[in-house]
Design a protein around this ligand. Structure first.
Ligand code: MV4
Length: 447
């Protein structure tokens, strides 16, 4: 097992990783920018190394600064968290070349799934249902036309290097295809340096349902059930839950088994999330994320499995601590992303946290590096806390969420807490009957 893990991240996820390391008897090294010297994870880690100035490009995204920090601290592994370098295949490769383990999948699998066209082809070949679409990158507008006619309008043009909603164009009818194609290509080229695009059937009102997996790299892959992440605004998830209120009993398990079996054939290692759109009783693969996700705690709450611990075990070449038969799903869990942002404009609201009080009690978990007197730096994303609530069933969970939100105090900055309090008064939210567009429509109507 590793003796020392360097945590190449910040905020709540750095703290989350530190906690699992400490419980495994592993020493931790925090790295931080000049803007994060007073962060909680820096205080709690056994050691810390400053890796550069505040902008992420000069610190948390600086491969060589992080590699140097590994060398000066003699860390034998790096946990990348989410975002930053977590899905950077070259980063994983460079670490391995220097004898440092990357706590995540192989560089090859990161690269494969980073290319959304290759990911689609792989998923399809493995027997995972995909959205009807082009077999590869579109060569030109003529090919796009032929394929769009075949698929039937509406269609969506997406960037191969995209993901998370950037470089996408919805096309309602043939007359709009040429412009959408050019726009998607230009956006993809500018944003990712790769203008490859592909086309899919556009699903107008799906839910976003994802399957959590964990592989040992030797052919054993567990599925840990689904999460429903349909409550989002501008491709930022705000609320996630497990199990999905939209699925009939057994539907999530069947999909999970299919996905785990497929990724077992790839000998996938580490944590992964396979994303699907769900509409009219059918699942359609869209992407795979080769990292731990922000919303992983909801899965931990209903399975009792420490996902970070399992990630570390398999990265160190050990076996998973359990088999699929040991995985038991119990109860319901939800997560609210508490962001420091203006409740109306959603603009970031960094600054001094004058007072912070975390809720508690049975079934309430708060993952956050916040404390009274902490100054939220303006350079990074606005997630400051995750409120995760467990209940016997969904109704119980929502009642407990209401209670937990009423206890939570964050003073000095605006947060998304009032939004969740408002949502708890909405029937559609309480019944779980929403699709991926519901929140944006709701906010649009209310403003
Ligand atoms: C789609 C889609 C409808 N049809 N693909 C957005 C982010 C990227 N991960 C995939 N996305 C979508 N792909 C087809 N064929 C609708 C979306 C989409 C979406 C997906 C998940 C969660 C929120 C979303 C919000 C808008 C659009």
């Amino acid at each position: 097992m590793f003796k020392k893990v360097l945590i190449a991240n910040r905020g709540e996820i750095a703290l989350r990783v530190h906690r699992s390391c400490q419980e495994m008897g592993i020493e931790t090294v925090a790295v931080h920018s000049l803007a994060d010297s007073d962060a909680m994870h820096v205080r709690l880690a056994d050691e810390s190394v400053c890796i550069g100035p505040p902008p992420a490009a000069d610190s948390y995204l600086n491969t060589y600064a992080i590699l140097s920090a590994c060398q000066v601290s003699s860390a034998d592994a790096v946990h990348p968290g989410y975002g930053f370098l977590s899905e950077n295949a070259s980063f994983a490769e460079i670490l391995e070349e220097h004898g440092i383990s990357f706590i995540g999948p192989t560089a090859e699998h990161i690269r494969l799934m980073g290319d959304k066209i290759a990911a689609r082809t792989t998923a399809k070949d493995l027997g995972i249902p995909v959205v009807p679409g082009s077999p590869g990158a579109l060569q030109d507008i003529a090919e796009a036309r032929v394929l769009a006619e075949e698929i039937g309008y509406p269609v969506i043009v997406k960037a191969a290097a995209g993901g998370g909603g950037r470089g996408m164009q919805v096309v309602q009818e043939a007359g709009d295809l040429e412009q959408a194609f050019s726009l998607a290509r230009a956006e993809a080229g500018a944003a990712f340096g790769d203008s490859s695009v592909y086309v899919e059937k556009y699903l107008p009102a799906p839910r976003h349902i994802e399957i959590q997996v964990m592989g040992d790299g030797r052919g054993k892959v567990l599925h840990l059930g689904e999460r429903d992440c349909s409550i989002q605004r501008r491709h930022q998830k705000l609320f996630e839950e497990a199990p999905s209120p939209a699925l009939k009993s057994g539907e999530g398990t069947r999909l999970g088994e299919l996905v785990a079996e497929a990724l077992g054939r790839l000998c996938y290692r580490g944590a992964g999330t396979v994303e699907f759109l769900y509409q009219d009783g059918e699942f359609y693969f869209i992407e795979m994320n080769t990292r731990l996700q922000v919303e992983h705690p909801v899965t931990e709450m209903i399975t009792g499995i420490d996902l970070v611990r399992e990630q570390i075990r398999v990265a160190a070449g050990e076996e998973l601590s359990l088999s699929q038969d040991d995985v038991r799903f119990k109860g319901h869990a939800v997560e609210c992303r508490i962001n420091a942002e203006d409740p109306d404009s959603f603009a970031p609201s960094p600054g001094l946290v004058e007072r912070f009080h975390a809720p508690g009690g049975l079934g309430v978990r708060v993952d956050s590096g916040l404390y009274s007197g902490f100054r939220i730096p303006p350079y990074y994303d606005s997630l400051i806390a995750k409120l995760i609530v467990y209940g016997d069933d969904r109704d119980h969970c929502m009642l407990r969420l209401k209670r937990a939100l009423s206890e939570m105090v964050v003073e000095g900055v605006d947060t998304s807490i009032p939004l969740f309090q408002r949502l708890l008064g909405e029937d559609v939210f309480l019944s779980g009957g929403y699709d991926i567009h519901w929140l944006e429509r709701y906010l649009g109507l209310k403003e």
